[in-house]
Design a binder for this molecule. Structure first.
Ligand code: CA
Length: 238
């Protein structure tokens, strides 16, 4: 079965160029020049990867990404303009796996596509292998998906690969895993992680969550820590 990529780019020449290169690499390609059309195509066919320009007519790329939703299983690589830092941040927050800045060398784009596809396949395999129960399985051992937190050894692994966490990141993760399916407020997390006598901003919690997401969710393509708007954070037992 061949790998099918949806290229969403309104500059038709560029879209055609990317299409030819991708076909040359053995991929199957569909093209969309408009955000609305792209969204329709992406929701009606299971693509292996979506290459998504941000500046689009109809619906911009970030909006397409948001409407695809956090549970969209297809990896998305964004095409962004130079210096559009906020777009990149917003794009990664909305679930894109990577971005590439225009103008780019086609070789770099092809390399990023290979990496994104490889990561995605690895995730699927990890997900299929791991039918282990979640939550605390024995004293001091917490499991979620392919992640294991061993409190006694102060060690966290995902699919057997060790992740280096600071003390506070570790505590934050452990607290969330101890309270699987329970939404914890920023205040609760702050107390657990920084202690009752911590004086400072509660947004340090958001900072540690962000670090954890970068180290775990983004690296391994997981959606572990969920934000509950206006309340706090939770890890759900899926
Ligand atoms: Ca464009």
């Amino acid at each position: 079965m061949s790998t099918c990529i949806l290229v969403v780019e309104d500059e038709e020449k560029l879209a055609r160029f990317i299409e030819l290169e991708l076909i040359h690499e053995g991929y199957e390609v569909d093209k969309a020049f408009d955000g609305r059309v792209a969204l329709e195509m992406a929701t009606s066919k299971a693509y292996d990867l979506i290459l998504l320009d941000i500046m689009l007519p109809g619906l911009n790329g970030l909006e397409v990404l948001r409407r695809l939703g956090k549970d969209n299983p297809t990896p998305v690589i964004l095409l962004t303009a130079r210096d559009a830092v906020m777009d990149k941040v917003a794009g990664l927050d909305a679930g894109a796996v990577d971005y590439i800045t225009k103008p780019f060398a086609i070789e770099e784009l092809l390399a990023r596509i290979r990496v994104a596809l490889k990561m995605h396949n690895k995730m699927i395999n990890l997900g299929n292998q791991d039918n282990a129960p979640m939550g605390q399985t024995e004293e001091g051992i917490y499991k979620w998906n392919s992640l294991v937190l061993d409190d006694r050894k102060h060690r966290v692994t995902v699919g057997g690969q060790e992740i280096s966490l600071t003390n506070r990141e570790f505590l934050m993760l452990k607290t969330l895993l101890e309270n699987l399916d329970i939404v914890l407020s920023r205040d609760t997390l702050l107390e657990k992680v920084c202690g009752y006598d911590y004086v400072g901003e509660t947004n340090v919690v958001d900072v540690y969550i962000r670090f954890l997401r970068t180290k775990i969710d983004e690296t391994f393509g997981l959606k572990m820590i969920q934000t509950v708007r206006g309340v706090g954070y939770v890890i759900k037992s899926e």
